[in-house]
Design a protein around this ligand. Structure first.
Ligand SMILES: *[C@@H]1O[C@H](CO)[C@@H](O)[C@H](O)[C@H]1NC(C)=O
Ligand SMILES: *[C@@H]1O[C@H](CO)[C@@H](O)[C@H](O)[C@H]1NC(C)=O
Ligand SMILES: *[C@@H]1O[C@H](CO)[C@@H](O)[C@H](O)[C@H]1NC(C)=O
Ligand SMILES: *[C@@H]1O[C@H](CO)[C@@H](O)[C@H](O)[C@H]1NC(C)=O
Ligand SMILES: *[C@@H]1O[C@H](CO)[C@@H](O)[C@H](O)[C@H]1NC(C)=O
Ligand SMILES: *[C@@H]1O[C@H](CO)[C@@H](O)[C@H](O)[C@H]1NC(C)=O
Ligand SMILES: *[C@@H]1O[C@H](CO)[C@@H](O)[C@H](O)[C@H]1NC(C)=O
Length: 839
């Protein structure tokens, strides 16, 4: 029957090539690469039959120096299959990337899901950014639509490398974000190399290498098809909103079985539900009245499009009964098309063909029409089952790449071994010294002397990030257990360059661990580089602790660890740079203008939030152990972040109430219960934080040996004033008049509770946080007396602190402060020793 049609001399098939397809109708397609990422989430999410992994999983590498995991309430997300994905997003403040290791080369779908919502100070609806791969710009100047509905952008990319890096670049002051990502292999023959161009008429070669962006995918005359019902997780819209209702049509549905044929379309090209529904021209008795059925789409002007027509003759009762014309814009793409002529010898054969159009309509419209054939003696008929419109040449502009950390071989165990030997020897020396001074004690200096002799694998929340065993074990991806930001190994040369060869001019701080340099990475990111001093007693253990802890912690009020370097015996930690330095620096000993009371309380609230997160954010609480004003850093907006986790310890197991450990910490801030009984609980941090609160209100050092004896220790001295209800007498004179009495009273009570003799009597960090918020509220609910500038003019009287000369005290790290031991008790000296030696 098929050959019979050949005898018909009428058919002038013009520009209609029979694509030779290697169709198979075998088992369901299984993609080699199938990455489904639920960004900004800590949990996997099921969407239909698929599971989207949290982006802290091991399967992808997230490289970001500044990212926030954001979430919103499910009921603020429009109901859809994907709603659960749109509940969370990852927000980036700097260029950042996701890297996917590709198992297969060739065509892949890359789908990016965006849903904008408000999170804290971020309004995602105003985000403006660029997304690129190593080879193509996928989105430029992109701002999600403001109608608060999700958008999915789909790309079809021929991936020729072993790694796909998707880079998100915020533009201007803006941020970038992403809710979910899909990267899925598709059959190689989904897009073939050749197509027919209609304007001008020519054969177009080179489709195979091109990237495409899907603009429209329509199940003509049928229902919406969701990802779960599609063979390649595509979604197909109905044609309702595109069909120009200018002529009489009917929708048809085929109940029979489709006849997939080798050489025609496959089940992967479009699902059955596309081929077994169609829109059909209703035959007119009067030839003159026949007209085209037309669909119209908005597209970008002056771009090229690959238009794929999905066709399947599900209406004819016999072969060679259906003839029609196909148009794209006003160009003819096929004349007198006869589907049965394709030689398959049967009806209901799924078939597609590609047409390429260089769009020229200045209004940015693209239309597709099916019209009746002008042949005599044939019915006025026509059919269309499905349509895909894919933009070509999507890549304009330059791509940006944030490379993932290179994987490197490590020879760590040996290097660390030697460092550890030094540490152990020093530890023994300290131990002897301590034992001599404190005979009645059996200090558990285990934490310094029990240095493990090998670099054992570290596991944080189930993700091991440093591996060993053999010298050549390559580094596994270092990802966090909470919000999934990668912390990675940074080559020494990079840091050398960034710090101008560790230029002394770049030093922003010195601590027991070593020097801290300001550095600028090649991409302009400012970072703080903390370079371990090899002789330091804050040795390998603290180095490890800090990497281990910080890389797992991502919180708005905790300083993020960006990377580390352990090449050439180095112990270097790289942190986000905190523009405004330490809280301490803003309180006393510098020319920095005094912070207002409101600002001070806000900073304390921020720090309290960070500590509260440490204490409660994990199954095992994390005790900071060195809370002090020098460890509370301020970013450019004076937002507080807690830093320096070198001494951190995870809290007690459930069946214990405290961690026994050698006393460490900073003198003046130490919980008396802790150094008396070596009993470490999260309440030790609460005590130290109480001392910080005093520093904040009195603006003087916690230990000031130049003062009269009873005034040396801030905690002791100020507590006496507070107990007498006279805290107002010792408030920083620069702000004293601006504090509302109720606010001050509440603050004083909070401090007093924090400094309670026994841990059990102290509030939790959560209570402290709540109380500070109340302090702020009490301050703000009254008349505005926070204008510090005017207050500064009034209070020219020298403050008590000034009279006693505390401003002359150096603000160097405590370990460098010259302290007069003769004025101290044995306990004090012990803690001081631990402070200078331990840090
Ligand atoms: C960045 O933000 C500041 C203040 O919000 C504004 O003045 C400036 O114009 C912004 N710059 C850009 C490039 O958007
Ligand atoms: C991808 O592009 C390369 C050329 O860059 C080509 O050789 C290969 O066939 C393409 N693969 C597919 C699946 O189109
Ligand atoms: C999609 O699949 C579901 C069940 O898997 C079915 O109930 C539904 O009718 C399908 N929709 C289409 C358009 O095929
Ligand atoms: C086309 O128009 C007719 C009559 O105005 C209406 O009944 C029909 O629903 C329309 N069809 C579409 C697809 O809009
Ligand atoms: C077309 O003509 C046939 C008979 O010639 C008639 O039965 C039919 O109703 C007509 N159809 C329309 C749509 O006018
Ligand atoms: C269908 O559209 C094409 C292109 O716009 C036009 O040339 C043709 O005359 C139309 N056919 C009918 C029957 O209106
Ligand atoms: C699209 O890109 C191809 C090569 O990738 C190029 O030959 C062609 O001219 C481009 N077309 C347009 C309209 O830019």
């Amino acid at each position: 029957m098929g050959t019979a049609t050949n005898e018909r001399k009428l058919a002038v098939v013009f520009l209609w090539s029979i694509s030779v397809l290697s169709g198979t109708c075998n088992a369901e397609f299984t993609p080699a690469d199938n990455y489904l990422i639920n960004c900004g989430s800590t949990v996997d999410a099921s969407v239909g039959r698929r599971v989207f992994e949290a982006d802290n999983s091991k399967s992808t590498i997230l490289t970001s120096h500044q990212s926030v995991a954001a979430n919103t309430f499910l009921d603020s997300v429009p109901a859809s299959d994907y709603a659960v994905l749109y509940q969370t997003a990852r927000i980036f403040g700097v260029p950042s990337s996701y890297s996917f290791k590709m198992k297969s080369r060739g065509r892949h779908f890359v789908r990016l899901h965006f849903f904008s919502f408000k999170y804290q100070s971020y309004d995602l609806a105003v985000a403006k950014f660029k997304v690129s791969t190593q080879d193509a710009v996928l989105l430029d100047n992109f701002t999600p639509p403001s109608n608060s509905s999700p958008v999915v952008r789909e790309y079809s990319l021929n991936i020729t490398r072993g790694m796909l890096i998707l880079t998100f670049v915020p533009l201007g002051n803006s941020t970038s974000f992403i809710n979910a990502i899909e990267v899925i292999s598709v059959p190689d023959d989904l897009i073939l190399d050749l197509g027919q161009s209609v304007n001008p008429i020519r054969q177009y070669a080179g489709l195979a290498a091109q990237p495409f962006q899907t603009f429209y995918r329509i199940n003509v005359g049928g229902r919406k098809v969701t990802a779960d019902n599609d063979t390649l997780w595509r979604s197909w819209d109905t044609d309702q909103s595109f069909f120009l209702n200018s002529t009489t049509t009917q929708t048809v549905t085929y109940e029979g079985k489709l006849n997939y044929q080798r050489g025609a379309a496959t089940e992967e090209d479009a699902p059955d539900s596309v081929y077994n529904t169609a829109r059909r021209l209703v035959a007119q008795n009067n030839t003159a009245s026949a007209s085209n059925m037309t669909w119209q789409f908005n597209v970008d002007r002056r771009a090229s499009y690959l238009i794929r027509f999905h066709l399947c003759d599900i209406v004819s009762k016999a072969m060679a009964a259906l003839y029609f014309d196909v148009y794209v814009d006003r160009w003819s793409a096929a004349e007198d098309l006869d589907l049965s002529e394709k030689g398959f010898g049967t009806l209901a054969v799924p078939y597609y063909t590609d047409v390429i159009l260089e769009s020229s309509d200045p209004s940015g419209k693209l239309s597709v029409s099916i019209g009746p054939s002008s042949l005599n003696n044939v019915a006025q008929d026509g059919i269309l089952n499905g349509l895909e419109i894919m933009k070509m040449n999507i890549s304009t502009g330059t791509v940006e790449i944030v490379q993932p950390p290179p994987s490197q071989k490590r020879e760590l165990p040996i290097i660390l071994g030697s460092i550890l030997a030094v540490c152990a020897a020093t530890a023994v020396a300290i131990l002897c010294f301590v034992l001599r001074r404190k005979k009645n004690k059996k200090p558990q200096t285990a934490s310094t002397s029990r240095t493990s002799s090998a670099w054992t694998p570290l596991t944080l929340n189930g993700i091991s990030f440093l591996s060993t065993g053999t010298r050549t074990t390559s580094r596994t991806t270092l990802t966090s257990g909470t919000n999934g930001d990668a912390t990675y190994q940074i080559p020494f040369v990079v840091l050398q360059e960034a710090t101008n060869h560790f230029d002394e001019q770049m030093i922003i701080g010195v601590g027991g661990f070593g020097k801290v340099y300001k550095a600028v990475l090649q991409d302009g990111t400012k970072v703080a580089v903390k370079r371990g001093n090899h002789k330091s007693h804050q040795g390998i253990k603290e180095f490890r602790t800090e990497i281990e802890l910080l890389s797992g912690l991502r919180h708005r009020h905790l300083v993020s660890l960006i990377g580390y370097c352990n090449e050439h015996n180095e112990m270097i930690l790289v942190y986000e740079y905190m523009e405004k330095g330490t809280l301490k620096g803003h309180l006393y000993g510098s020319d920095i203008p005094a912070l207002s009371w409101k600002k001070r309380v806000e900073i304390c609230i921020g720090a309290a939030r960070g500590l509260h997160y440490l204490h409660t954010g994990f199954a095992k609480s994390i005790i900071h152990r060195d809370v002090k004003s020098a460890n509370i850093l301020l970013d450019e907006n004076l937002m507080a972040k807690v830093s320096d986790f070198g001494l951190s310890k995870t809290g007690p197991e459930l069946d214990q109430t405290h961690v026994s450990t050698a006393v460490k910490g900073s003198f003046g801030y130490l919980d008396p219960e802790y150094y008396r009984r070596q009993k470490l609980t999260d309440k030790s941090d609460v005590y130290s934080f109480g001392v910080v609160l005093l520093e904040v209100i009195c603006a003087r050092p916690v230990i000031d040996p130049s003062l009269p004896r009873e005034m040396i220790n801030l905690a002791e001295w100020a507590s006496k004033w507070q107990k007498r209800g006279e805290l107002d007498q010792i408030v920083d004179q620069r702000i004293a008049g601006t504090i509302r009495p109720e606010s001050l009273r509440k603050y004083g009570e909070t401090v007093e509770k924090c400094l309670a003799e026994y841990g059990v009597d102290r509030p939790t960090m959560g209570d402290v946080l709540w109380n500070l918020e109340f302090v702020l509220q009490l301050q703000e609910s009254g008349p505005d007396i926070t204008n510090i500038d005017s207050m500064n003019q009034i209070s020219e009287l020298p403050s008590e602190a000034r009279r006693v000369g505390s401003l002359e005290i150096s603000t160097a790290d405590e370990s460098h402060t010259n302290i007069n031991y003769s004025q101290m008790s044995t306990n004090d000296a012990f803690s001081q020793l631990m402070n200078t030696e331990g840090r």
